[in-house]
Design a protein around this ligand. Structure first.
Ligand code: F6R
Length: 238
């Protein structure tokens, strides 16, 4: 089942997403969270940090599994997703380092999926969406039964990411990502999108028949998805 909520702006969207996560953690302090990087969840993470600083939220028993990481840049590269998570969440809250997980080319993707399963499975997976409809780094064409694996990034994703790197030849061409099947195993999924550049992808994902050409459309087959949009990202929905 898919529930949609449209918010007037990014701030209220982020606040609502954070409240959903906070409720989950209060209900079950041992929550397993699937985390995304990128610009979309920054406001949500800022709100979690704020609530933690005010003494209203502890994440000390939460376990996290990130969706993806680049291949070919070191973990301490300023654009790595490890560094992103430190900067936007981990450095400011009390999730113990041993409870934070990333897919890693040192291990097989299968090991990552098994680790998630053995930990009890993801309670909530947080997702953004690429302008080409990707989720994680599952680019158009990714099989709906795909598991965690190394993938080639789409040319459009490489172009989208180039703004974060000094030179275009520095932009990673590969990533390791949770697969679509891995994501769909989460009990609940929250997909957030803001900005007009996401409107077409959102409409293709949720208003057309599921297709591997639009990876996020796989979410139509999941039993518990909440899509949180700002008015711009909802602009192409009828
Ligand atoms: C990030 C991720 C990506 C992003 C997507 C949107 O971990 O998996 O799928 O969610 O590329 O990125 P932003 O939020 O920067 O627009």
């Amino acid at each position: 089942m898919i529930k949609y909520t449209v918010f007037p702006d990014y701030f209220s969207l982020s606040k609502a997403a954070a409240e959903r996560i906070i409720r989950q953690i209060k209900h079950n302090p041992l929550t397993l969270l699937g985390l995304a990087t990128g610009s979309t969840p920054i406001g949500l993470y800022a709100r979690l940090i704020d609530q933690h600083r005010r003494g209203k939220l502890s994440l000390s028993r939460v376990t996290t599994f990130n969706l993806d990481e680049y291949v070919g840049i070191p973990k301490d590269h300023p654009q790595s997703y490890h560094v992103f998570m430190q900067k936007h969440l981990f450095d400011h809250v009390d999730i113990p380092p041993a409870r934070r997980h990333f897919p890693d080319t040192d291990k097989s993707g299968t090991q990552y999926d098994l680790q998630i399963m053995r930990s009890g499975g993801l309670d909530v997976q947080i997702l953004g969406i690429g302008a080409n409809g990707h989720i994680g780094f599952n680019e158009p064409g990714a099989a709906f039964d795909s598991k965690t694996r190394v993938v080639e990034l789409a040319e459009s994703t490489i172009r989208d990411n180039a703004r974060f790197f000094d030179h275009s030849d520095e932009v990673p061409r590969q990533a390791i990502t949770m697969g679509i099947a891995t994501i769909l195993q989460a009990r609940h999924i929250i997909l957030m999108a803001n900005g007009a550049n996401k409107a077409a992808a959102v409409a293709a994902a949720f208003q057309e028949r599921p297709s591997v050409n639009v990876p996020a459309s796989c979410l139509q087959t999941h039993h518990s998805v909440h899509v949180l949009l700002d008015t711009a990202a909802a602009g192409d929905l009828s």
